[in-house]
Design a protein around this ligand. Structure first.
Ligand SMILES: Cc1cc2nc3c(=O)[nH]c(=O)nc-3n(C[C@H](O)[C@H](O)[C@H](O)COP(=O)(O)OP(=O)(O)OC[C@H]3O[C@@H](n4cnc5c(N)ncnc54)[C@H](O)[C@@H]3O)c2cc1C
Ligand SMILES: *[C@@H]1O[C@H](CO)[C@@H](O)[C@H](O)[C@H]1NC(C)=O
Ligand SMILES: *[C@@H]1O[C@H](CO)[C@@H](O)[C@H](O)[C@H]1NC(C)=O
Ligand SMILES: *[C@@H]1O[C@H](CO)[C@@H](O)[C@H](O)[C@H]1NC(C)=O
Ligand SMILES: *[C@@H]1O[C@H](CO)[C@@H](O)[C@H](O)[C@H]1NC(C)=O
Ligand SMILES: *[C@@H]1O[C@H](CO)[C@@H](O)[C@H](O)[C@H]1NC(C)=O
Ligand SMILES: *[C@@H]1O[C@H](CO)[C@@H](O)[C@H](O)[C@H]1NC(C)=O
Ligand SMILES: *[C@@H]1O[C@H](CO)[C@@H](O)[C@H](O)[C@H]1NC(C)=O
Length: 573
C-alpha cells in the first residue's frame, strides 16, 4: 500500500545505513541487489500488519488509548455517520481549535485527503476513503504510552508518524495506513525563575524558563506567560504546537529580532528515541543530538515529550505598524515592488518583524516590542518616501498596544485552515533585496497571479556563532524576508488539476534558484513539499553532519517524514 507513492527506494542516502539486527521476519522484503535493505514500514493492509490479537495486546499495554482514526468529514458519511458530530464538523470546519483537537484532522487538508474524496459538503452516501489519515492513533497521555508505541513499531516494522496539531504544510504528520503517535493531550506548563540545565558545570547560573509538555499550543502558553509577567519566543499563531514541528523547524517569532528563533531559546529537550528509551538533550549531555534537533526538522529525531525554553521580560508595549502601498495605475506596480523590497531592509534593520503580501504594491503588518515613535519614523522612512511617488497610494498606521496578549486578542487569526494551500519559498537576504532587487522584483511581478506573500519578515538576532550552535540553514544569518509563491485548489478539483498545481511549485523552486543561486535557503516549515533539491535548500552545508547524527541516533531509520533528514521514502506530486 505504502508502495503506491514510494519511489526511489535506492536513494544514495540510504546506502550507508545499517541493516536491521533483529531476526528477519518471513514476510519481510529485501529491496536491494547490493545487500541494501530498506527498513520495512508496514501499513494497514500489508501482509505483515499485526493481527487483531497483537493490536489488542498492544492496546491494553497503553491503557486502551489506541483509537482508529478517520478524516474529519467521516462523521458525515455512511460508515462513521453521526448526525450530531456531522453538524459540529460543518460548523467548526475552519476553526483551528476544533480541528487540532481531532485525531484524524489536518489543517492543510490535502495532507488529510490525498487524492481521496471525503468532503464535508458531499452527500452522506458519497465516498469517504481514509486518504492519508493514519489507520490507528495512540492518543498518548503518558510518556510510557509513547515508549510502548515506539517499541511496538520498531519490533513490528510499522510505518509510524508523529502528530501534534496536524498543521504541517509538508504532510509530515499524516501517512496512509500508518500508526500515529498523537501528542495533543500531553498538556502541562511549569514556570521556573531560575533554570539550570542537566549536567551544567557547577556554578552555572540559572535563567528564567518554562517547561512545556508536548501537546501545548501557543495561545495557551501566551495566556499563562502573561499571568507570569513574561513572554516566550513563539509564533504569531494560536493553535500551532509550541513543542513539535514548530521547534524542530526553527520557530520564527515576533520576538526574533530581540531574542532569536525558538531554537535559539531552547535549553533542554526530553524525548523518546528510536529504541524506546527516554533521553534528555542539552548542550552538555548529547551536544550533537541537541544541535540536530535545533532545526533538523520534522520528527526525524524521535518523539519529543517536553522542552524547556528561556523566558523574557514582558515588553512595556507592543507597537504594531500596518502598511499598505498600492499603485493607482498598472505602470507603477513594478516600481512599488522594487521599492518595497529595498524598504524591507531598512524596516528589518530597525528591529521590526512582519508578514506581508504583494498585491498591486505591498501590504504588511509589522510588530516591534517596545517600539517607539523614533524607531517607527526611521524604519519606515523608505515607505513614506515611496508614498510621494505619482501613482502610489500609501497608508501607514502605527498602533500602540499594552501587551503581547492584547496583540494576540486583537490580531491573531489562523489562516488557511482546511485549505489546500501550499507554496514554495526562499529566504531573501539583505543583499538579494538591496543588490539583486530588479531580478527579484521581476520574478515577483511575473508571478503575481500566484499570491506572493512573505511568511516572515525580519532580521533575526542570532550572530554566526549562535547560528553555528543550531542546524538552521546558514541563510538564516542574513535572511530578511521569506518569499512564498503558492497554489490552492477546491477540494473537489480533479486529480489532474491538483497534480499540475503541485508541479507548479517545482517550477517556482527552480525559478527562485535561478535568481538567488545555490546558496539560498528557506524555512523548512513553510517550504515546498515537493522541493527538488531539498537537502541543499533546507540545510545547505549542514546536511552532511545532520545525516551522520541521524544514522547514529536512528540507525534503522524508524522515523521518516517528507523531506526529513535521512528519509528513504519519497513524496512526489
Ligand atoms: C496558521 C499557521 C500559522 C503559522 N505560523 C507560524 C509562525 O508564526 N512561526 C513559525 O515558525 N511557524 C509558523 N507556522 C508553521 C508551523 O511552525 C509548522 O506548520 C509546524 O510544523 C507545526 O508544528 P506542529 O507540531 O504544530 O504540527 P504537526 O503537523 O502536528 O507536526 C509537524 C511536524 O512535527 C513533528 N512533530 C510534532 N510533534 C512532535 C513531537 N512531539 N516530537 C517529534 N516530532 C513532532 C511531526 O511529526 C511533523 O513532522 C504556522 C503554521 C500555520 C498552519
Ligand atoms: C482500545 O481499548 C479501549 C478500551 O478497552 C477501547 O475502547 C478501544 O476501542 C480499543 N481500541 C481499538 C482500536 O480497538
Ligand atoms: C477535544 O475533544 C475531546 C474529545 O472529543 C472533548 O472532550 C474536548 O472537550 C475537546 N476539547 C476542546 C478544547 O474542544
Ligand atoms: C460547504 O457549504 C457551506 C454552505 O454552503 C459553505 O459555506 C462552505 O464554504 C462549504 N465548504 C466547503 C469546504 O466547500
Ligand atoms: C522592553 O522594556 C522593558 C521595560 O523597560 C524591558 O524590561 C524589556 O526587556 C524590553 N524588551 C525588549 C524586547 O526590548
Ligand atoms: C507617538 O506619536 C503619537 C502621535 O503623534 C503621540 O500621540 C504619542 O504620544 C507618541 N508617543 C510617544 C511615546 O512619544
Ligand atoms: C491597497 O489594497 C489593499 C488590497 O486591495 C487594500 O486592503 C488596502 O486598503 C489598499 N490600501 C490603500 C492605501 O488604498
Ligand atoms: C550591495 O553591494 C555593495 C557593493 O558591492 C556592498 O557594499 C553592500 O554591502 C551590498 N549590500 C548588501 C545589503 O549586501
Amino acid at each position: 500500500m505504502l508502495l503506491d507513492y514510494v519511489t526511489g527506494f535506492f536513494s544514495l542516502l540510504f546506502l550507508g545505513s545499517l541493516p536491521r539486527t533483529s531476526e528477519t521476519r518471513t514476510c519481510q522484503l529485501f529491496t536491494g541487489n547490493n545487500h541494501v535493505q530498506a527498513r520495512q514500514r508496514y501499513a494497514y493492509g500489508d501482509e505483515c500488519w499485526p493481527n487483531a490479537n497483537e493490536w489488542a495486546t498492544f492496546n491494553s499495554s497503553i491503557s486502551g488509548r489506541l483509537a482508529r482514526s478517520f478524516p474529519s468529514a467521516a462523521v458525515c458519511h455512511t460508515e462513521e455517520y453521526d448526525g450530531e458530530l456531522c453538524d459540529v464538523a460543518r460548523t467548526e470546519w475552519t476553526n483551528s481549535f476544533w480541528r487540532t483537537n481531532q485525531t484524524g484532522a489536518y489543517s492543510a487538508i490535502l495532507w488529510e485527503l490525498g487524492y481521496s474524496q471525503c468532503h464535508i459538503n458531499s452527500t452522506k452516501t458519497a465516498p469517504c476513503q481514509p486518504g492519508l489519515v493514519p489507520h490507528y492513533s495512540v492518543a498518548a497521555e503518558a510518556i510510557s504510552d509513547i515508549q510502548a508505541a515506539v517499541r511496538f513499531a520498531y519490533e513490528k516494522d510499522l510505518y509510524i508518524v508523529v502528530k501534534n496539531t496536524g498543521h504541517c504544510f509538508l504532510g509530515r504528520s499524516s501517512g496512509i495506513g500508518a500508526l500515529s503517535i498523537w501528542t495533543h493531550n500531553l498538556k502541562g506548563r511549569e514556570w521556573h525563575d531560575s533554570f539550570v540545565v542537566d549536567g551544567a558545570p557547577s556554578g552555572t547560573s540559572g535563567v528564567p524558563a518554562v517547561t512545556l509538555q508536548a501537546g501545548e499550543q501557543w495561545l495557551d502558553v501566551y495566556q499563562d506567560a502573561a499571568a507570569h509577567d513574561v513572554i516566550v519566543v513563539g509564533g504569531a499563531v494560536r493553535t500551532v504546537g509550541a513543542v513539535g514541528g514548530y521547534l524542530t523547524g526553527g520557530g520564527h517569532s515576533p520576538f526574533a529580532s530581540k531574542y532569536g528563533l525558538a531554537v535559539d531559546n531552547l535549553l533542554e529537550v526530553n524525548l523518546v528515541t528510536a529504541n524506546g528509551e527516554t533521553l534528555t538533550l542539552n548542550e552538555y549531555s548529547n551536544p550533537d543530538y541537541f544541535w540536530a534537533i535545533r532545526g533538523g526538522g520534522g520528527s526525524a529525531w524521535g518523539v519529543i515529550t517536553s522542552v524547556t525554553y528561556k523566558t523574557h521580560p514582558n515588553p512595556s508595549n507592543i507597537q504594531v505598524v500596518l502598511v499598505s502601498i498600492n499603485s493607482t495605475d498598472e505602470s507603477t506596480v513594478r516600481t512599488l515592488i522594487h521599492g518595497s523590497l529595498q524598504g524591507l531592509v531598512t524596516v528589518t534593520s530597525g528591529g521590526y518583524i512582519g508578514y506581508g503580501q504583494i498585491l498591486n504594491g505591498f501590504q504588511g503588518l509589522f510588530i516591534q516590542p517596545n517600539g517607539t515613535n523614533e524607531t517607527f519614523a526611521s524604519s519606515f522612512a523608505p515607505f513614506f518616501t515611496m508614498g510621494t511617488l505619482p501613482g502610489a497610494d500609501l497608508q501607514i498606521i502605527p498602533i500602540d498596544l499594552p501587551s503581547w496578549l492584547e496583540y494576540c486578542n486583537t490580531f491573531l487569526t489562523d489562516i488557511n485552515i482546511a485549505a489546500n494551500a501550499i507554496s514554495s519559498s526562499r529566504l531573501l537576504s539583505s543583499s538579494a533585496l538591496m543588490n539583486n532587487t530588479k531580478q527579484v522584483a521581476d520574478l515577483i511581478y511575473n508571478l503575481r497571479d500566484h499570491s506572493p506573500t512573505f511568511g516572515f519578515i525580519g532580521k533575526v538576532n542570532a550572530d554566526s556563532s549562535q547560528r553555528a550552535k543550531t542546524a538552521m540553514h546558514p541563510a538564516w544569518e542574513d535572511g530578511r524576508a521569506l518569499l512564498d509563491l503558492g497554489v490552492d485548489w477546491a477540494d473537489e478539483a480533479p486529480t489532474s488539476e491538483k497534480k499540475q498545481k503541485k508541479e507548479k511549485l517545482i517550477q517556482f523552486s527552480n525559478l527562485m534558484d535561478g535568481v538567488l543561486g545555490d546558496s539560498s535557503g528557506t524555512y523548512t516549515n513553510e517550504a515546498n513539499p515537493y522541493e527538488p533539491d531539498w537537502q541543499r535548500v533546507f540545510w545547505g552545508p549542514k546536511y552532511e553532519r545532520l545525516l551522520k547524527i541521524k544514522k547514529k541516533v536512528d540507525p534503522t531509520n524508524l522515523f521518516v517524514c517528507n523531506r526529513c533528514v535521512g528519509t528513504d521514502v519519497f513524496w512526489e506530486p
